[in-house]
Design a binder for this molecule. Structure first.
Ligand SMILES: Nc1ncnc2c1ncn2[C@@H]1O[C@H](COP(=O)(O)OP(=O)(O)OP(=O)(O)O)[C@@H](O)[C@H]1O
Ligand SMILES: [Mg+2]
Length: 363
């Protein structure tokens, strides 16, 4: 059984503090780099070749284990571009571990770094890749069901400009691999995923399909440009009421009003996503084309220079300068210490000589 993320937050503690632990005989955990509702994510190192990895940990006694399921989804997704490679899966005495390719910061982290606003250029460069990732997942017969900025990560090294989709713990097959039969329509589901980005139908209890991933993506894109969605920050005396109010807001704000500060393509995308039928195959190419034409009309260059690229370069430069300064300081201190020692030695030898001299004189 797959459960909603909010139901699972109690399992965490036992997977923290695993630094230095060896996993699968060759991956050493270095430090925690993220935590989610199902466990902890560590940065690790392959002790055989010193390559860095990410390790997702789940306690063996988790009420609803799902890591092995996630590993299987990764396996079935294959080595498609924009999905971390699955390197290993194993069970240790107290926890299960999934070793995957180490990636960079999430779009949520980068969004914070950019003072919670992305320019249109960045949003459009992201939209193009976001649509490609969803198309690829759907082509493999899966829906993600937790599309949100925290689950999109940028790569590292030569993949620094590439967008990755992670976190397949809530993914589901919507089509069987042999006969390509679609799952049936139902309307008795609990919400799976994150309420802020959930589609209206998902909140109404309708079985999710490709259209819900698309609607969530349209909310993410809007969030990146607006900085905040109108249903963020809604409070209520309990979770049920809060969810009802969020749904009310999603239903009541007209799409045109939601997207009024943006070119019309954004409203078109959201309307398209909301109007998709349960079993309909979204036209990803049409949507990408829509944004690509807009990109060209605005005279932008598809140069992968995102809003954070310059900030990161400045930060890297600052860190480099800081390191150089520290090194110079250490060298100077070392030299000063050496010359102090020399002075002391000279002083001592002079004093020894003075003490010796009377003796010498007597002799
Ligand atoms: N391969 C990776 N490389 C670097 N960081 C990662 C990697 N995988 C996950 N993370 C970090 O750990 C966080 C949590 O990972 P993930 O989403 O897989 O866990 P989760 O328990 O399903 O989380 P949540 O419930 O918050 O969605 C990510 O948002 C990201 O910051
Ligand atoms: Mg996640």
């Amino acid at each position: 059984m797959i459960m909603s993320k909010s139901q699972t937050s109690k399992v965490r503690q036992s997977t923290s503090g695993l630094e230095n632990q060896l996993v699968g005989g060759k991956f050493r955990l270095i430090k925690a780099i993220g935590s989610g509702s199902f466990g902890e994510i560590y940065k690790g190192v392959n002790i055989k070749d010193a390559s860095e990895v990410a390790v997702k940990i789940e306690p063996t006694n988790a009420k609803y284990p799902q890591l092995i399921y996630e590993a299987k989804v990764y396996e079935q997704l294959g080595r498609g571009p924009g999905f971390p490679t699955l390197l290993h899966y194993c069970s240790e005495s107290h926890f299960n571990a999934m070793v995957i390719e180490l990636l960079g910061p999430s779009l949520e982290e980068l969004f914070n770094m950019c003072k919670r606003k992305f320019t249109l250029k960045t949003v459009l460069m992201l939209a193009d890749q976001l649509l490609m990732r969803l198309e690829c997942v759907h082509q493999q017969g899966f829906i993600h069901r937790d599309i949100k900025p925290d689950n999109f990560l940028m790569g590292l090294g030569r993949h620094v400009n590439k967008l990755y989709l992670i976190d397949f713990g809530l993914a589901k097959r919507f089509q069987d691999p042999e006969r390509h039969q679609h799952i049936p329509y139902r309307k008795d589901r609990n919400l799976t995923g994150t309420v802020r980005y959930a589609s209206i139908n998902a909140q109404l209890g309708v079985e999710q399909s490709r259209r819900d991933d698309m609607e969530s993506l349209s909310y993410c894109i809007l969030y990146f440009h607006l900085g905040k969605l109108p249903w963020q920050g809604i409070t209520a005396s309990n979770k049920k009421q809060k969810y009802e109010r969020i749904l009310e807001k999603k239903n009541s704000v007209p799409i045109e009003a939601l997207c009024k500060s943006l070119p019309s393509e954004f409203a078109l995308f959201m309307k398209y996503a909301r109007n998709l039928r349960f079993k309909e195959d979204p036209d990803y190419v049409y949507l990408r084309q829509l944004f690509r034409i807009l990109f060209r009309t605005l005279n932008y260059q598809f140069d992968y220079i995102y809003d954070w690229t310059i900030l990161q370069q400045q930060q890297d430069q600052r860190e480099r300068l800081q390191k150089e300064y520290q090194l110079e300081k250490q060298q100077l201190e070392h030299q000063q210490q050496k010359s102090r020692i020399r002075h002391t030695q000279v002083y001592r030898s002079e004093r020894n000589l003075q003490q010796l001299e009377p003796d010498l004189l007597i002799k």
